[in-house]
Each structure stands twice: as structure tokens, then as C-alpha cells.
Design a protein around this ligand. Structure first.
Ligand code: ZN
Length: 186
């Protein structure tokens, strides 16, 4: 296990389209080791998600949180080669997003609130599921990383892009269409 260095905005690995992972290799030591190291790295930096290019691995693998189980524990999904389908383009959710590759920054982004996902999980099984609200936003943020897109590319009003401490003073970071207190950083 290892805590990996997180690439920051400006590093070209964050701007490339990542390679598909051969599903036959998911249960092999290389992919499993990367998943373990990404978990450790995400926990170390209090991320709610992490995509492989953020740790300098340009492959289509991500970890996404934002879901809680019945006992209130955070749940994380490992998704490999994920494909997102938007359920309703007009149903949108806005929030101040953060990203471990842009430490200390927040920006207002609006995304579809309801999505369907197909992917492979960490056991090499094909899965599909639907998500709404905050966890749907987290997965879209992480999937963007796999295509070299950062949340800043989706900020329409740059007056709502700020350093986190100033945003806490002058912008309402909790200003989102949901009762989610967690501040997303992935
Ligand atoms: Zn991110």
C-alpha cells in the first residue's frame, strides 16, 4: 500500500483521454494494487472520489463516494471503464465542487442530477445502476477526469470560482439544491 502523489492542474496527465482497461486484467495484481493505493490516497487527502489520472495513471478507473449505508457509513464504488447515460438533461443539480487536483479551490458547477451507469467493478463483474443527487455529481466529476476534463471547464459563472477560505467567507458553500453537508473534493 502506498499514498500516491496527486497530479495538480497543469500536469498533462490530467488533460489526456484515458485508456480502457482490459476487463480480464481487473483481478490481476497491477489493477488491484492501483485500486488499493488509490483508496489509501483518497482517504489520506479526504477526497470523496479519485480518478486514476489524478495519480498519474491514464486509465479508465475511478473511485466515487457520496453514498451512505443504513448506518450512516460512507460507501465507495470502484468503477472501471464507466459509461454514464443522463436520464433527464433538464433535471440539473448545482453545487460548489472541489478537486484534489486543484487544492484549496471551489467552483460552482451544474450537472444532470439523475444518471445511469454501466461499468466493471473491482471484482471484474459488469454492473449497472442508477444514481441521483450528490453521488451522481461525484461520479460525473470523476468520469470527466477520464476524458481529460476538469470541473473548471464546466464553470459558467467565474465569479463563483474562488479560493476555499474566501468562498467560505463570501459565498454560500452550502448553497446547493440538496441537504448534503459534505463538501465534495475529488
Ligand atoms: Zn477531481
Amino acid at each position: 500500500m502506498a499514498i500516491l502523489k496527486v497530479a495538480r492542474m497543469g500536469h498533462p496527465v490530467l488533460r489526456q483521454k484515458c485508456e480502457t482497461i482490459d476487463p480480464a486484467l481487473i483481478t490481476g495484481p497491477e489493477v488491484q494494487g492501483l485500486i488499493r493505493d488509490m483508496f489509501e490516497t483518497m482517504v489520506e487527502y479526504n477526497g470523496v472520489g479519485l480518478a486514476a489520472p489524478q495519480v498519474h495513471q491514464p486509465v479508465r478507473l475511478l473511485i466515487a463516494g457520496g453514498e451512505v449505508d443504513d448506518e450512516g457509513r460512507n460507501q465507495f464504488r470502484v468503477l472501471i471503464n464507466p459509461e454514464v447515460t443522463v436520464q433527464d438533461e433538464n433535471n440539473r443539480l448545482g453545487m460548489y465542487e472541489g478537486c484534489l487536483s486543484l487544492p484549496g479551490m471551489r467552483g460552482w458547477v451544474e450537472r444532470p442530477a439523475s444518471i445511469k451507469i454501466t461499468a466493471w467493478n473491482e471484482k471484474g463483474e459488469k454492473i449497472d445502476f442508477s444514481l441521483e443527487g450528490f453521488p451522481a455529481v461525484v461520479i460525473q466529476h470523476e468520469c470527466d477526469h477520464l476524458d481529460g476534463i476538469l470541473y473548471v471547464d464546466r464553470i459558467e459563472d467565474t465569479t463563483k470560482f474562488a479560493f476555499e477560505d474566501e468562498a467560505q467567507r463570501f459565498l454560500d458553500l452550502a448553497d446547493q439544491d440538496m441537504d448534503e453537508e459534505e463538501e465534495p473534493a475529488g
